[in-house]
Design a protein around this ligand. Structure first.
Ligand code: AMP
Length: 402
């Protein structure tokens, strides 16, 4: 148990922990929710009894309570061999996962203005874990790092260059851990190596993004300066005309309110006026709820347009990959999306698509499809554990963050 790897994922009001053994098999997972509110609660996966948390429990208090519960259940020794942290924004500083030291903490803090809702709370998890396990090596794995290979033509907005130079305004991309995993898994399933495999990876969960990966390297992606750009998501609008801010300003809606609505009351929720949850939306649509049908249509059409757009970044395509809660589980969304792409030669195998879980190769295209289409379950925690395990053996990093 000494050589377990702990993976920590801190959200604004939540905390998720996963524990892996030295073979990187998952031993346990736990989550705390509604932190800093009177309803704060925590639970270890598969265990019906919750973990007692004080009302208004903080991330630090939840972390301590969960670790102590894992230790009481003898799932965890006094300290893990290494801790991996999900960090949302690494700006242009971090191109890969790094061992955390004081300089790294400062650099993550410097990136906080690009992700004010995420980086401070990620840092909170890092500081709490450092205090709980002094001397244990901690590793930061960045959502943005995989996309640091984007060429200028894909990451620059057509705005004054000084905005990029002075304020870092550019496209960064997110969900990098999941897209990187898709590049590796797709290559494995196709019997190729990542360095010779080009894929379009569609991560469709509550947040959605799509990435063009050329020979293992991210060359275009749909999310931008923030995770708001691109596809239709659960509560996020994705692309809108930036003229919207001025137009709504003339109606008395200030920029802060537009920002709030675009992030939290738009996307599937905004279009359906019912729910941000795709599974519920599909049920509503089946019962004839027209706004839910429309929300699904807008979601699939935007996705199909982006799949087409990503083709412009690739010299060839070895597979289109679906992942995330929606991408992995919704045959309907995959079918409706591919239905728009016949002209490009994509064709879905209707039965394979419905029964993809029974086939280990993940393939759902029909024999006449020009390209393979794959469904691959994502596992971001495993990637973070792999990175933590890989870097934990290294000596103190002198200059790993370029
Ligand atoms: P994630 O953020 O990756 O956990 O994905 C969450 C999304 O996946 C939610 O919108 C769920 O409704 C959706 N989802 C999960 N299972 C299904 C399913 N069988 N059909 C449609 N959507 C699903």
């Amino acid at each position: 148990m000494e050589d377990t790897i702990l993976v920590v994922n801190c959200g604004s009001s939540s905390l998720k922990l996963s524990l892996f053994d030295h073979h990187l098999s998952k031993l346990a997972s736990a989550a705390a929710e509604r932190l800093n509110t009177k309803d704060a609660g925590a639970r270890i996966g598969g265990n019906d009894e919750g973990i007692a948390l004080k009302p208004d429990a903080s991330h630090e208090q939840a972390l301590e309570a969960i670790v102590s519960a894992l230790q009481n259940l003898e799932l965890m020794a006094s300290r893990p061999a290494a801790v991996g942290h999900r960090v949302v924004h690494g700006g242009e500083t971090f191109h890969e996962a790094v061992v955390i030291d004081d300089d790294v903490i400062k650099a993550i803090d410097d990136c906080a203005e690009l992700a004010p809702l995420h980086n401070p709370v990620n840092l909170c998890g890092i500081r709490a874990t450092r205090a709980l396990f002094p001397g244990v090596q901690q590793v930061a794995v960045f959502d943005t790092a995989f996309h640091q290979t984007l060429p200028e033509r894909a990451y620059l907005y057509a705005v004054p260059r000084s905005w990029h130079r002075d304020w870092g305004v550019r496209r960064y991309g997110f969900h990098g851990t999941s897209h990187a995993f898709m590049a590796i898994e797709a290559a494995r399933l196709l019997g190729r190596t990542p360095a010779t495999t080009s894929v379009i990876s569609a991560h469709l969960g509550n947040g959605c993004s799509i990435t063009a990966i050329s020979e293992g390297v991210s060359v275009d992606t749909s999310m931008g300066l923030t995770p708001l750009e691109g596809l239709v998501m659960g509560t996020r609008s994705g692309d809108v005309d930036p003229g919207l801010f001025d137009f709504l300003g003339s109606k008395g809606v200030d920029a802060e309110e537009v920002h709030q609505v675009l992030n939290h009351q738009s996307g599937l929720l905004g279009l359906s006026a019912q729910t941000n949850d795709m599974r519920s939306l599909c049920e509503l649509a089946d019962h004839g709820h027209e706004p839910s049908k429309t929300a699904i249509e807008v979601f699939c059409f935007r996705l199909a347009r982006y799949i087409g757009a990503m083709m412009a970044s690739l010299a060839r395509l070895d597979a289109l990959v679906f992942t995330g809660g929606i991408g992995e589980n919704s045959a309907r969304i995959r079918q409706q999306t591919i239905g728009h792409l016949g002209l490009m030669g994509f064709a879905i195998g209707t039965d394979l698509n419905k029964n993809h879980g029974s086939f280990s190769d993940g393939r759902i295209e029909s024999p006449d499809s020009r390209f393979p289409i794959l469904v691959i379950p994502t596992d971001e925690e495993l990637v973070i554990a792999q990175e933590a395990s890989r870097l934990a053996g290294r000596p103190e990093p002198a200059d790993q963050h370029s």
